[in-house]
Design a protein. Structure first.
Length: 156
């Protein structure tokens, strides 16, 4: 998949069929047409349970892994470099059923990033999301840090 060559709907379908997601039970439910939001579900199945019968922590993390970067890349456009830089996960409670992660990249956050990178310097920006059950119980808290910089030729 070439960067930004797919529509949000096509990327949603492609990611849902991507083997690491397909074989772990992760399904992308929604990517907004303007790349401002995404929603992901992880179903608890026999093949993604851990030793004690709850969601495997790696699957809880992976369901959140690419979305902040994908949203930021597509909202900022081709004049910016965007990379994942760091991540943290805190397991809060056992996940015993379907769990969900929502991502919303607001215009305020985009303006903050544009301001931080206007002079050509990099910005290391943290994003947070929760992984929750259907009733809203928090299963995990995920933090992702993105490296963002305007491309050198875009500053001219």
């Amino acid at each position: 998949m070439a960067r930004r060559s797919l529509t949000p709907a096509a990327l949603r379908r492609a990611i849902s069929w991507w083997p690491p997601y397909l074989f772990s039970g992760v399904h992308v439910l929604h990517i907004a047409d303007d790349w401002s939001a995404a929603r992901v579900r992880l179903r608890l199945r026999w093949f993604n349970r851990n030793y004690v019968g709850t969601h495997f922590g790696g699957s809880l993390f992976s369901m959140s892994d690419p979305f902040w970067m994908l949203l930021a890349m597509n909202r900022l456009g081709r004049d910016y470099l965007v990379w994942d830089r760091a991540a943290e996960i805190e397991f809060v409670s056992p996940g015993r059923g379907d769990v969900f992660a929502d991502f919303t990249l607001t215009e305020d956050r985009l303006e903050e990033i544009r301001d931080l990178t206007a002079d050509g310097e990099k910005a290391l920006v943290w994003f947070e999301n929760d992984v929750v059950t259907k009733d809203g119980t928090v299963v995990a808290k995920v933090r992702k840090q993105l490296y963002v910089r305007r491309k050198r030729d875009a500053r001219r």
